[in-house]
Design a protein around this ligand. Sequence first.
Ligand code: NAD
Ligand code: MG
Length: 397
Amino acid sequence: MHQQHYQRVAVLGATGSIGTSALDVIARHRQQMRASVLVAGSNVRGLIALCASHRPDHAVIANPSQYADLRDGLAAAGLDTQAHAGEAAIAALAASDSCDTVVAAIVGAAGLASTLAAARAGKRLLLANKESLVIAGHLVMAAAQQAGCEIIPIDSEHNAIFQCLRSRDASPEAGVRKIILTASGGPFRGWSAAQLADVTPAQAVAHPKWRMGPKISVDSASLMNKGLEVIEAHHLFNIPSSRIEVVVHRQSLVHSLVEFIDGSLLAQLGLPDMRTSLAVGLGWPQRIDSGVSGLDLLTQGQLDFEAPDRKAFPCLDLAWQAMEDGGIAPAVLNAANEIAVSAFLGGNIGFAGIPVVVEQALAAVTDGQADSIEALLDADLRARQAASSAISSLSNG
Ligand code: NAD
Ligand code: MG
C-alpha cells in the first residue's frame, strides 16, 4: 500500500473557519502529520492559543504592528514557537523548508502572495483561498505546473469534482462532458429582488448549511460565491465555461457532479463539514479519518435541484461575464466585491448595492495587462478605488 510521508503542514488563516477545521483533522493524525507553521491576520490571542495546542515551529501575524504582542505572548506561554510578522514572512515560510504541505485558507486577495509562493516552491497545496485563482488563475496554475506543485482543491464543490475525477483532468479525452457545481442558494433562496433590498448583515451571514467566515457567507447569500467558484473551476480543471453548469441544491449534501460522455453522472455526497475536503487533501491518495460521520440517507430523505434565479442574484452572471471577458476583469470583479462586501457588513450600503458596486467597477476599470502579478495587483487596486467611489455615490445618492 502507498505509504504517505510524514507531513509538516503550514496552515495559513489558522484562526479562521477553514484553518480550525484543518487543525482539527491534523490533530487526529499525530503519527502522520503536524502543524509546523501557523498564520493569522490580526487575531494574536487566537493565534497564541493555537500555538499552545499545536506547538508549531513558526507563527506569523500578518499585521506588523502586532509583532511584539505575538513574540511576548508566545514567550509568556512558555512556547518556543518563533514569532514573525508581515505578508513577506507568510510567503517566505509557505515556500520554506519548514513545511511540506500548505493549507491556503487566508480570506480574499490577501492570500494571493502566499498561494503563489507555495505553488512556485512545489508544495502540496490544499487550496481554499479561491480568490487567488479568480485574480490570477493562469499564473498560479502555470507556476504550480512548472514547479511540480500538486494542487488539491478544498472548496467543497471542487473537492467533490476532484474526487469524482480522481484528478484535475476534466478534458473530453478523459471522457468528461461537463461539470455541475451545486449551490445551496444561501439564506435568501427563493426571495425576490424587492425582498432582498432590506436584508441585514446578520441575516446574510446566517447561512442555513455551513458555518463560515463573514466574507464567504455574504458571497454565498449574493451567489457571488458561486460565480467565484465557476472561475475557480475553470482554472483548476482547465475547462471552458460552456462545459460548466450551476444548479441550486438546498440540502447541501451533493457537493458537485461530473457528467461523462457515456451518460454517467458521478457525484460526491456527505454532510456539510469542510473537514471532509481537508482530510481528502491531507491524506490523498489515501483516505483518512476526518471526524465527520456518514450521511444517513433515510434521515435526510430528499434531494432537490432547481435553476439559480439569475435576475434576483445578478452577481452570478457578473462573475460569469468577467470570466468570459478574461484579462483583468476577474481581478476587478474580485476586488470590487471585497470592498462592496465590507461596505455591506459595515452598514454603508444595502445588500442590493453589492452587484451595483461590482458592475460599476467593472465598467470603470477595463485597461491593463493580466500577464503578471504586478499588473493584476494594479488592476486590483484601481478596482478598489472605483468600488469605493461607487459606494460614496450610492450612500450619498
Ligand atoms: P475566516 O474569515 O473564517 O478566516 C480567515 C482567516 O484568514 C483568519 O485566520 C484570518 O486571521 C486570516 N486573515 C485575514 N486577513 C489576513 C491577512 N491579510 N493576512 C493573513 N491572514 C489573514 O474565513 P474562512 O471562512 O475560513 O475562509 C477562508 C478562505 O477559504 C476564503 O478564501 C474562503 O472563500 C475559502 N473557503 C471557505 C469555506 C468555509 O467553509 N469557511 C469553504 C470554501 C472555501
Ligand atoms: Mg464552495
